[in-house]
Design a binder for this molecule. Structure first.
Ligand code: C5P
Length: 328
């Protein structure tokens, strides 16, 4: 059944809370176990990403709807005796002090004139430079964990302001779930928790390239700018418990990324060929996501695409704050 056919089939009497897909019972994000602290950092997808203008500071004005998904990194923080902030990552190239997670810890230490060291062990699962916000989410997870662990008197707005200095997406990850974000992306309005059941499975495909967000934004023609109406329509549909129209899953960066990176264009065609009804770029890519209404079709597509050598993740929407998602 195609996306539109399913849209017609989406009746409110089908409204149900699916324990299987929406229970967030495992979602407690920060766990303190004596002198170590574990925290999860979830990935996101962009349901919309509209570039609405260019700013004097070189950034772009955005209207974007983001949702966290259950693909996550795990961080373990340990008090460090040597007074340094260090990162040890399962990906060696990320084991350095420039890592955004280390920057987040240093930012809190500076703000409160603290001198304790911390070792951040980072088990990386979210693909890097992939449009899934992994680095930003790691940084937000460190801010949340250390605020709790070090009992720092910081309100959410104060933490959001600090997060925005680390990166445009970092404030979103402090709350996660479903949110509408404007400005650089740092002004966040949480919307959820709600999610349409017909798109409960999300197949994420990561083409074997990394893409620099800055280079995609820099090369973006003004013709690809939009006015935020797709995001407003998508939010309106979700709030009225309707499945959004396919065209409202709009990403202003997708056209130029597909044109510039043939690997991404090929991957999109292969996802459609494998049975996806809708395929969109997340962030500045290269990761593409395709929603599915049932596990068997998603799984079939995943196996078919894995056989072609693609890296894939089967995910679903998650609300990291632990509330159940209201399934439309
Ligand atoms: O804020 P962040 O460091 O994540 O942004 C990475 C790069 O993406 C920026 O240096 C900028 O070139 C581009 N960007 C932008 N407009 C935004 C967000 C990011 O131009 N709203």
């Amino acid at each position: 059944m195609g996306y539109c056919a399913r849209l017609k089939g989406l009746a409110l009497d089908k409204f149900a809370k699916s324990m299987h897909n929406a229970r967030m019972s495992h979602a407690q994000r920060v766990q303190i176990l004596g002198d170590v602290c574990f925290v999860r950092a979830y990935a996101k997808i962009n349901l919309t990403l509209e570039v609405t203008g260019r700013r004097a500071d070189g950034y772009h004005e955005l209207a974007t709807v983001m949702q966290t998904v259950d693909l996550h990194d795990t961080l373990c923080l340990t008090a460090g005796g040597d007074g340094r902030v260090r990162v040890e990552c399962t990906r060696a190239e990320l084991s350095n002090e420039e890592n955004l997670a280390a920057q987040a810890a240093r930012l809190l230490r500076e703000r409160f004139a603290l001198s304790q060291g911390v070792l951040i062990e980072l088990r990386k699962r979210i693909p890097v430079a992939a449009g899934l916000g992994g680095g930003s989410s790691d940084a937000a997870a460190v801010l949340l964990a250390l605020r709790q662990w070090w009992r720092l008197p910081l309100s959410l707005p104060e933490l959001q302001a600090m997060a925005a200095t680390l990166g445009s997406d970092v404030p979103f990850f402090l709350t996660g779930g479903l949110a509408f974000c404007v400005g650089r992306g740092e002004r966040v309005t949480p919307l959820g928790p709600l999610w349409p059941s017909p798109i409960r499975w999300l197949l994420l495909l990561k083409p074997a390239i990394g893409i620099s967000t800055a280079s995609v934004f820099q090369g973006l023609p003004v013709n690809d700018y939009t006015d935020g109406s797709h995001s407003r329509a998508l939010v309106g549909a979700l709030q009225e418990r309707r499945l959004p129209q396919p065209e409202d899953f709009h990403n202003s960066l997708e056209r130029s990324v597909l044109e510039r990176y043939s690997e991404v264009a090929r991957a999109k065609a292969d996802l459609l060929q494998a049975g996806a009804d809708l395929v969109r770029l997340s962030g500045s890519g290269p990761t593409l996501y395709a929603p599915f209404s049932d596990l068997s079709r998603a799984n079939q597509a995943q196996e078919q695409l894995q056989a072609l050598g693609y890296e894939l993740y089967l995910a679903h929407a998650i609300n990291p704050n632990g509330d159940d998602i209201d399934v439309l």
